[in-house]
Design a binder for this molecule. Structure first.
Ligand SMILES: [Zn+2]
Length: 511
């Protein structure tokens, strides 16, 4: 695996990386910017950033088609190879792969020279150790790519992207929720700012996910409120990609890694963004097709007879649909009966008591404390990891691996606990619209089944207990246990993968 330059000192803690800087002009006459001087400047900056003293610069490699210059170019590449052999440098630094790899032969010679001298190779912001098989494979692939004329163009685009990425300025397609202002004279980008109507929508989507709503119900709602862009309706994947894009927290991303802070304002606070990542990246969630569910409580309500509370599912017996424990025949109740009971209790609660339940001043204070604790714990861990990667004058790590492992196993549970506590209960707009509403019944009726399920998940835990006798037609006291938000026993019902519900496979046709 290539190493990011900033971690090089951890992998090779006691090495000073004297750098050999290499700049070379392109064959492409249309190629603008990134002159040899620019390349050397970027390389110098990189070396300074990571404390690599520059041992030699090879920047005379100006490309011309004339043979005189071609010879000169060869000489400079040869000079680089010779210098690698002398051991004056520990790392070769260039700007992009094609700077080295004019052809496969050049690559093979460079690779052999580096391998023999134990010199690392740095380009495209990664450091390759050619003594490693995997890195040899990767760099060879780059060489093959570089030889391809079409890929020269791709490299160039990547380089421009990388260049703007380094500066933290936006590039490419504009992120939904933002707008850009350009200089009317030069056409240069002046700023990227929050779009007055779209940015709040983005923020709302994150908030609602954090509050336990499903992506599907949000999309349904957004669709009723209008188009995403003129002529473009909201699609499920729009939301999916939005919820995972660190650009909304103000981060500049390049090829999946966060490079640095962007130069634009965040729409979503970091904390909320992190919270949502935990939810959307939960693997159990990805496989759930919740939108196919037609019942209010299936997969949400649980069996009270089984200790671990498996979910209820809907089965059809003698023409009647009923909720049943997904693991057996412990509990069963007709769909209309259970749903009617829960709906009534839920609507009463929303109208009369929910205001208090969602009053979160105390929770906010607790969460703030947990956040402080979390930062302290993370700091401790980072310091220990740093110590383990640093060495004393005798060449021993300042913290042994054993001690680090022990420390990590002690800190990790504390960190996880603090993370859980720091998550604030948030009220989604969906719930907000129902709390204390006089016409709560009508509002409830207007919701889609998916939205109703979302409300249930956020507001009430439902357990169906065993009936005292078979065939009981009424709901006996204690038959259904409800725990509303803020009460003991309540847990936000996150969706589970269908595959993770035991016994599921044995019951085809149930819903
Ligand atoms: Zn059960």
């Amino acid at each position: 695996m290539p190493i990011a330059p900033e971690y090089l000192h951890l992998v090779f803690p006691d090495t000073v990386f004297h750098a050999l800087l290499y700049g070379r002009a392109s064959r492409d006459p249309k190629k603008k910017g990134s002159s040899v001087a620019d390349q050397i400047a970027s390389g110098t900056e990189l070396c300074e950033e990571h404390n690599w003293p520059i041992a030699a610069v090879f920047d005379q490699d100006v490309d011309r088609s004339a043979s005189r210059h071609a010879r000169r170019k060869r000489r400079d590449f040869e000079a680089l190879l010779d210098t690698i052999g002398t051991g004056r440098g520990k790392i070769v630094v260039a700007w992009e792969a094609s700077r080295y790899y004019r052809d496969i032969e050049a690559y093979v010679r460079l690779r052999n020279a580096c391998m023999e001298a134990g010199v690392l190779l740095c380009y495209n912001g990664q450091v390759y150790d050619l003594s490693k098989r995997e890195d040899r494979k990767l760099t060879a692939q780059h060489a093959v790519d570089a030889e391809d004329e079409a890929d020269g163009i791709r490299d160039r685009n990547l380089r421009t992207t990388r260049g703007t990425a380094k500066k933290g300025t936006p590039h490419g397609r504009i992120l939904y929720g933002y707008a850009r202002r350009y200089d009317p004279e030069t056409g240069d980008l002046i700023e990227q700012y929050k779009h007055p109507t779209r940015a709040p929508l983005v923020h709302e989507a994150f908030q609602r996910i954090a509050a336990g709503e499903t992506e599907y119900s949000i999309i349904q709602d957004f669709r009723t409120r209008g188009e995403r862009l003129p002529g473009i309706d909201w699609q499920y994947y729009h939301l999916r990609t939005m919820l995972r894009n660190p650009g909304y927290a103000g981060h500049r991303v390049f090829q999946g890694e966060i490079l640095r802070e962007g130069t634009w304002p965040a729409i979503v606070p970091q904390e909320l963004f992190d919270q949502v990542q935990q939810i959307v990246k939960d693997p159990a969630r990805l496989t759930t097709k919740d939108w196919s569910v037609k019942y209010l409580l299936s997969g949400i309500a649980r069996c009270g007879a089984c200790e671990h509370g498996p979910h209820l599912r809907v089965v059809k017996t003698r023409g009647v649909r009923a909720y049943q424990c997904s693991e057996g025949y412990h509990t069963m109740m007709r769909v209309a009966m259970l749903e009617g009971y829960v709906e009534q209790a839920l609507l009463d609660w929303l109208q009369l008591r929910a205001v208090d339940a969602f009053r979160t001043d105390d929770q906010q204070a607790e969460a703030a404390k947990a956040r402080t604790r979390l930062a302290g714990l993370k700091q401790q861990l980072a310091e220990a990891q740093e110590k383990a990667a640093a060495f004393d004058e005798n060449g021993r790590p300042r913290l042994s691996v054993d001690s680090l492992t022990m420390l990590e196993s002690r800190l990790m549970p504390l960190i996880e606990a603090a993370e859980a506590e720091s998550r604030v209960v948030q009220v989604s707009p969906l719930i907000q619209g129902l709390i204390g509403a006089d016409d709560v019944e009508e509002r409830w009726e207007a919701l889609t089944i998916e939205q109703r399920r979302s409300v249930v998940r956020q507001c009430v835990s439902v357990r169906l207990n065993r009936a005292r006798a078979r065939g009981v037609r009424t709901i006996e006291p204690g038959r259904i246990t409800l725990a509303f938000a803020g009460e003991p026993g309540f847990r936000v019902g996150l969706r589970r993968a269908r595959g993770s519900v035991p016994g599921r496979g044995a019951s085809r046709g149930s819903e």
